[in-house]
Design a binder for this molecule. Sequence first.
Ligand code: G4P
Ligand code: NA
Ligand code: NA
Length: 190
Amino acid sequence: MKLLEDRIMQDGIVLPGDVLKVDQFLNHQVDPDLMMAMGKEFAKLFKDEKITKILTVESSGIAPAVFVGLQFHVPVVFARKNKSITMQNDLYSASVYSYTKKVENTIAVANKFLGENDRVLIIDDFLANGQAAEGLFKICDEAKAEIAGIGIVIEKSFQKGAELIHKRGVRLEALAKISSFDGDQVHFED
Ligand code: G4P
Ligand code: NA
Ligand code: NA
């Protein structure tokens, strides 16, 4: 998506450890016009998938996910992190290891918000190692919900998440695919 690539070129900052800082429009300050354009793009890509629910993880997945939900007119559910385990009975949960933060998080979704009649579109801001995606897959599996696909705002194609998702046979669409970082330069796949 040209609009997003241009914005990454303009405002993205490459940090050590192959991390792209995009807090100007996605991870801290949010550009609603860009989000709206991305929501429409995801809706176009997944229009034939009979989506009944959008699923993401707090916090940075919520903004793009809501704009996709707005296009499909379906509810948006975000998995919550580190909820009290005393509620365990009413939750689908998964353990997610973050390589960048070196911490294990539990993510959870209430049973009542996901079920066997759902066709789920997973949306997230970044795809790096794919641990968040794996966690959301597990939650969908537990709920017996069907996974229609996964839409990612920024995929770092050189990390192992994309391959992991392809291996599982889930349809993956990313609006920007980064093939490498070279100093402060961002290279996109063509
Ligand atoms: P993974 O989900 O693909 O396995 O990613 P990883 O564990 O490496 O990343 C952990 C967190 O860092 C995730 O956010 C993920 O979205 C984010 N992240 C990964 N790569 C980048 C990057 O290059 N730039 C930025 N800005 N974020 C990146 P999170 O921990 O779930 O936090 P949040 O959603 O509350 O922000
Ligand atoms: Na995220
Ligand atoms: Na993030």
